[in-house]
Design a binder for this molecule. Structure first.
Ligand code: NI
Length: 255
């Protein structure tokens, strides 16, 4: 399995990081992308990836940190051979005090950084209640910037948004969000999507699947997302694992 979005460098794992990583491997997770959320954090993510051959990294600035992008300091991180993506970057309108204009400006800078370095984007997109659709805004920006390589992570949009994401050339990735009882709409989107455009992730330590709800999430639990997807698609667990792993290896250029 390929868990395409983890934050194992977070302090949530300070007491047992090594065990969690080894357990992932034991449970069949052969590839991990550890994702940064700002400059300092991306440095930590890269450091972790450098210690394990099966961990790669994505570096970027989450929209919660869009007002301190410090993009000129990302050069060395981006050029490291363990860096396989730019992210997470994007737009977040859910209780985010950072102005939309600031978020958009930072997002555009990182899209250009990704394009200049031929790296895919890991996009975080979350709408608020009534202040606009972050997915549609992100898609418009990607269109304008002619960016067509990457993934919308932890997808929570509807079918129409999903269709546009595919048209833009992007993949869609699901977390434990696919397993929640109230996630019927998300499961419908997964059922509509072709399997060759879907990636798996945990977004750990967040979003533990229903079977582990309320606990700290970890990469070993990505199999619950794969199981949910197998049920939705009416294919075997092995088939889901095989195809989503191939998808992720292709997108991120991981051998
Ligand atoms: Ni994340």
């Amino acid at each position: 399995m390929f868990d395409t979005h983890v934050h194992l460098h977070f302090s949530n794992y300070d007491s047992d990081r090594e065990e969690v990583i080894l357990r992932s491997k034991e449970k069949g997770v052969d590839y991990l992308i550890d994702v940064g959320i700002n400059l300092e954090d991306s440095r930590e993510a890269l450091k972790l990836a450098q210690r394990y051959s099966f961990i790669h990294t994505a570096v970027g600035v989450h929209p919660h940190y869009a007002n301190e992008d410090r993009i000129e300091e990302f050069g060395g991180l981006v050029r490291d051979k363990k860096t396989v993506a730019i992210g997470e970057v994007g737009l977040d309108y859910f209780k985010n005090p950072i102005a939309k204009e600031t978020q958009e400006r930072t997002f555009r800078k990182f899209i250009r950084l990704a394009k200049d370095n031929h790296l895919p984007l890991i996009i975080h997109s979350r709408s608020g209640r009534d202040n606009g659709n972050a997915y549609l805004d992100a898609l418009e920006i990607l269109e304008q910037e002619e960016a067509s390589q990457g993934v919308f992570h932890c997808f929570g949009g509807d079918k129409e948004v999903a269709r546009r994401v595919l048209n833009q050339g992007f993949f869609i990735s699901f977390t434990g969000n696919l397993t929640f009882p109230n996630a019927q709409k998300t499961r419908e989107v997964a059922s509509f999507l072709p399997l060759n455009k879907i990636l798996l992730e945990t977004d750990c330590p967040f979003l533990a699947p229903q079977q582990k709800r309320g606990r700290r999430n970890e990469p070993a639990y990505v199999r619950y997302v794969a199981e949910a997807l197998a049920e939705i698609k009416n294919v075997s667990f092995e088939e889901v694992v095989r195809i989503t792993t191939e998808n992720a290896k292709g997108l991120f250029g991981v051998k």
